[in-house]
Design a protein around this ligand. Structure first.
Ligand code: SF4
Length: 231
């Protein structure tokens, strides 16, 4: 069963978007996150494949450098043709959210899409009702700064991390395997390099606020493009 969490303008560019919650009956099979509820952020008026091809995904991805352009040169780990496309097609059948659904559940904000596209009060309400949330934003320079209570600043370089720290964010930095960990960073325990010893469900470091900074080696379908994007 999938639930509609938000439908309205994107906080990034005002275009129509929606946010969906999945995994309430069948726990997520994502081996990294563990059994967390997942949220997906999509354009309401254009399917996610076309959104990607025509750069309309800027409404849900903002300035994330991993989205590439016109669907090319992506470094993002999400395969849009899979879950995001299926979820878009299921939009007419989405149920209205019932608040008790979050009871004793942990939620991953933005399995696809940047949660900064969603109004802060919606994110704050999910956080209030769930036992834990994790989330990341590439919009940390420009988004509502209250979101730093709930999310990590996604950083793709040491310079990014320095700037995000100066603004008061906890950071999640993606690095190349042979780059060093920086002082104050903890290696993600769900990563290959840490031996996948924990899931996000058990770890919960990426909850934003006064948590530790996290670092992880680039992974997923787009890893070959990472060098192209960041040199
Ligand atoms: S640090 Fe913890 S919460 Fe963050 S991605 Fe890794 S396992 Fe998940």
């Amino acid at each position: 069963m999938s639930y509609l969490l938000y439908e309205g303008p994107s906080m990034l560019d005002g275009k129509p978007i929606f946010m969906v919650l999945t995994g309430t009956e069948q726990p997520s099979r994502n081996s990294k996150t563990g059994p967390m509820l997942q949220t997906w952020i999509l354009r309401s008026d254009v399917n996610p494949l076309d959104a990607m091809r025509f750069n309309e995904d800027v409404s849900i991805c903002g300035n994330c450098p991993l989205r590439g352009s016109e669907g090319k040169g992506r470094s993002c780990y999400v395969t849009v043709a899979r879950a995001p496309y299926q979820i878009y097609k299921s939009k007419p059948n989405l149920k209205k959210i019932k608040k008790h659904i979050f009871k004793n559940r942990a939620v991953r904000l933005g399995a696809y899409g940047d949660p900064a596209a969603i109004p802060t009060e919606v994110i704050a309400d999910i956080r209030k009702r769930a036992i834990m949330t994790t989330g990341y934003t590439h919009q940390w320079r420009t988004c509502d700064q209250d979101l730093k209570q709930f999310m990590m600043a996604s950083c793709d370089s040491e310079q990014d991390r320095e700037e995000a720290k100066a603004l008061g964010w906890a950071t999640l930095r993606v690095k190349k395997a042979d780059d060093s960990k920086l002082p104050g960073e903890v290696t993600c325990p769900a990563s290959e390099e840490a031996g996948k010893k924990m899931t996000c469900y058990n770890c919960g470091l990426c909850r934003g606020g006064d948590t530790s900074d996290v670092v992880i080696n680039v992974h997923g379908v787009g890893f070959r493009n990472f060098g192209r994007v960041y040199g």
